[in-house]
Unconditional design. Structure first.
Lengths: 412, 409
């Protein structure tokens, strides 16, 4: 069973290139993370990243919007990405032979978008419509509201932005914003799949080598320091319940300990939340906890959706299970958590798209990509004693709780 | 590429697409049953039963099943559609025996009453959850309107009423008829050991029985309906169009898929340029669903309520224009590449291959390597696309609008 080969290079202009050569695949996937996400949107212009992202594809280099789209489709590129919290991401996957041609097109999109004034009004309209559509998706909206309640400052934003921010934005500002934030210093390009490293490295030099400058550094995340309850009244069929609390970030010595604790809580169908909330009590269809990391901070987000009359009980069980973790974890539970974490990594290591995503994220958070072997070693080193000791020293506290639905909770 | 295939004495078929270079293997039971095989009295039973299959067998409790899947680090799940129920898991090759043992045992569920009563709550929560997802809910409503009264239009989840009424005995009776050894099969992909799998499955399924599990494959022609389902709490109007499509047994389905991508892929399609690019709507997509003896084209659009009439007119115009003038070869070429590259990307993992291999067998009794399917898509000609359009599918239109609108034209 062949494992991957990893390559890393920092270009003189600051662009970080990471690449993972996967054996036995015919495709290549790439992720370009530009430090132009919601957290660095100009104050009062929240949502600028979302408008800029759409504008990038409305003509670049020598091609107008239609010619650009046709060129991408002729290569069969499966397009992805979008405006996100920390980055504006451009991603794609295609047959590996065409990777250099795809990167050429993305060089234009990143460095030479037209950002024409006449393309601005429809793109801003779309951003406003996405904000409107978000209100028809209570589950997604809950997560937006939860992050807003948990973080103080820019990390509480979402890439959707705000209606005021979008309405205040102008075409000139979008051009200036691109000039400010689209810079090689702070940008990451991750490639996973079939490629020859020397060729890829040369291609990236040719396309991005003479790009200059650095994006402004991201702010530091602040939040989750006080307990909070917020209710968002919405006429929905279910009550959507979210909670968040602080955790250590990726790179912290206790990271794998904390990560495995959440795996015990919500890793598989035998994990605590699924068993106690769904299997034993039938309170929910969807219930889960997710470990999230932003640069400089980690946090846990949990979600449950239930009919309004059962939301008090659901929240009580949810919080109870989170607190109960510190009371004891069996060796078997820990072993399932280790297996779940590692197996998911190995299973996704056969596909280029999830690998490019993983590598890009690691490159951003750690400045390098962790190999599966490294993760395996770290995960195996977490003992039950260490896990329980960690949970006792860092009990989940200062919970931010948000409910979105017809009914405000009495307790909390 | 050599495929594996065997029909056991009990009528159960096992098929496999080996890939010894893969790091994992996947296994799945494909049951030829779904909402279209139900009656109004038991609507939703296929999906509810899918949940109950995880609740234990003669030799396993529900906890055992969940725990064992997690012990082997399986990426596993199940889904129910209008005509298929599928249970699947991907694992490292060393866990082949355990994942097959689990999935095979699950096909003979205990259906304990206390589990049935508890899981009913979960199903009712799932129905409520879909009500909060208008994009999915509207396509169910539109399909029901298109096949009004016919089982092809029954909602997969059932209704709150049908689920509340359903009894454990009705479910058992349905399971006994539909989960017969000749109405399901096991598919394997990736790095698996065929000899071992066949020995194991032969032994485990020795008592399985055949049964008469008929399906009425005659599909009614679709209806022409325009219906508003008013929901004043929604911000946008969610529009779903349904048109007659091509069946999974008809070779024209390849051209139908290419046509749907050319007209309605999320980016770079005709609907994209007419609706998204000018900033009129946030989502506008067309898809094609090929099914047993029938098929449908779907168009989904989300837009501000005040623009509904304009948007409906544009969608109709785009479809009428394609029908009248056909699609130019370069547009068809681009759509084919999109379809082909997505297939290749999905096909790189045993997990991604499993559903393709399984459905190829379910619908066409064919075992075709990925390369052959990709080549078939790349071979679609403008004439084949024209032949699909010549059936004038878009003239039989059902439209459902879910949102603030009180009525729709």
């Amino acid at each position: 069973m062949a494992t991957s080969e990893y390559y890393t290079r920092v270009l003189p202009n600051g662009l970080l290139l990471v690449a993972e050569h996967l054996h036995g695949v015919r495709s290549a996937a790439f992720q370009i993370l530009v430090p132009a996400g919601a957290i660095t949107d100009p104050d009062g212009r929240e949502g600028a990243c979302s408008v800029l992202e759409g504008m990038l594809y409305r003509g670049a280099g020598t091609r107008d919007a239609r010619a650009l789209s046709a060129a991408l489709d002729e290569l069969g590129i499966q397009r992805g990405g979008g405006a996100e919290l920390e980055h504006l991401t451009l991603s794609g996957a295609l047959l590996a032979d065409d990777l250099p041609r795809a990167l050429d097109l993305y060089g234009d999109i990143v460095r030479r978008p037209h950002l024409a004034a006449e393309q601005f009004p429809p793109e801003r309209d779309l951003a406003l419509l996405r904000l409107q559509r978000l209100r028809d998706n209570p589950q997604e909206r809950l997560f937006v509201e939860l992050r807003r309640a948990f973080f103080a400052g820019p990390f509480g934003r979402s890439a959707y932005g705000t209606e005021e921010g979008l309405r205040a934005l102008t075409a000139e500002e979008v051009r200036a914003d691109h000039a400010r934030r689209f810079r090689p210093g702070g940008t990451i390009l991750a490639v996973a799949g079939a490629f020859r490293w020397d060729e890829l490295s040369d291609t990236v030099d040719r396309i991005f080598g003479d790009w200059k400058g650095s994006a402004p550094p991201p702010p530091a995340p602040v939040g989750g320091e006080q307990p909070r309850y917020l209710h968002v009244p919405v006429e929905s069929a279910q009550e959507h319940i979210g909670l968040a609390y602080r955790a250590v970030p990726l790179g912290h010595p206790d990271y794998y300990v904390a990560r495995l604790a959440i795996e015990v809580l919500s890793g598989g169908m035998s994990a605590r939340l699924f068993t106690e909330v769904r299997e034993k009590r039938g309170l929910c269809y969807a219930v889960r906890a997710l470990y999230q990391t932003v640069k400089g901070s980690g946090y846990v987000m949990a979600y449950a959706g239930t009919t309004p009359e059962r939301c008090d009980e659901t929240l009580r069980v949810l919080v109870g299970e989170i607190r109960r973790l510190a009371e004891g974890i069996s060796e078997e539970e820990l072993e399932r958590a280790r297996t779940g974490l590692l197996s998911a990594l190995i299973l996704q290591s056969e596909a280029t798209r999830p690998r490019a995503l993983f590598d890009a994220r690691d490159a951003y958070l750690l400045g390098r990509v962790r190999t599966i072997e490294e993760i395996r070693t770290q995960v195996k080193e977490v003992t039950r004693e260490r896990l329980l000791d960690y949970l006792r020293r860092h009990p989940p506290r200062d919970l931010t709780i948000v409910t979105l639905g017809p009914r405000e909770l009495e307790v909390v | 590429m050599t495929f594996h295939r065997i029909e056991l004495a009990n009528g159960l078929t096992v098929i496999g697409e080996p890939n010894p270079a893969a790091r994992s293997m996947a296994a799945g039971y494909f049951v030829r049953t779904g909402a279209r095989d139900e009656t109004p009295e038991i609507n939703g039973v296929s999906h509810f039963l899918e949940h109950m299959m995880f609740k234990g067998t003669a030799r396993r409790s529900a906890d055992d099943i969940n725990r064992e899947f997690d012990e082997i680090g399986a990426n596993y799940n199940a889904f129910t559609s209008e005509e298929n129920t599928v249970y699947f898991g991907a694992v490292l090759p060393e866990y082949q025996w355990r994942v097959i043992d689990l999935l095979t045992d699950m096909m003979q569920p205990a259906l304990r009453l206390e589990d049935f009563d508890m899981e009913k709550h979960v199903i009712l929560e799932e129905i409520a959850m879909y009500e909060d997802r208008p994009q999915f809910w509207v396509s169910d409503l539109a399909r029901s309107a298109f096949y009004e009264g016919h089982p092809l239009g029954y909602p997969v989840l059932g209704t709150t009423e049908s689920i509340r009424r359903l009894t454990r005995e009705q479910m058992y009776e349905y399971w006994r008829r539909r989960y017969a050894s000749n109405n399901l099969f096991l598919a394997l992909t990736g790095n698996y050991d065929w000899e071992s799998a066949v020995r194991q499955v032969t032994e485990l399924t020795a008592t399985w029985r055949r049964a008469d599990a008929p399906r009425d494959v005659a599909a009614p022609p679709g209806r022409k309906v325009a219906r508003a389902v008013p929901r004043p709490n929604l911000q946008q109007e969610h529009l779903c169009f349904v048109f007659p499509g091509i069946s999974a047994q008809n070779d024209a389905m390849f051209a139908a898929e290419v046509l749907a991508v050319a007209i309605g892929a999320p980016v770079g399609s005709r609907l994209y340029w007419r609706l998204i690019e000018p900033g009129l709507a946030t989502t506008a997509q067309m898809s094609h669903s090929e099914e047993d003896g029938t098929g449908q084209f779907y168009v989904y659009v989300a837009c501000p309520p005040e623009r509904t009439a304009t948007i409906v007119a544009i969608v109709r115009e785009v479809l009428a224009e394609a029908t009248a003038q056909g699609l130019p070869p370069d547009e068809i070429e681009r759509a084919k590449r999109k379809v082909a590259s997505e297939l290749v990307l999905q096909g790189e993992t045993p997990f991604g291959r499993l559903l393709h291999v399984g459905f190829d067998w379910q619908y066409r009794r064919q075992l075709r390597p990925l390369s052959e399917v990709v080549d078939r898509f790349l071979a679609v000609t403008p004439e084949e696309v024209a032949a699909v359009l010549a059936r004038r599918p878009f003239e039989t239109e059902t439209l459902v609008a879910l949102g603030p609108a009180e009525r729709i034209e």
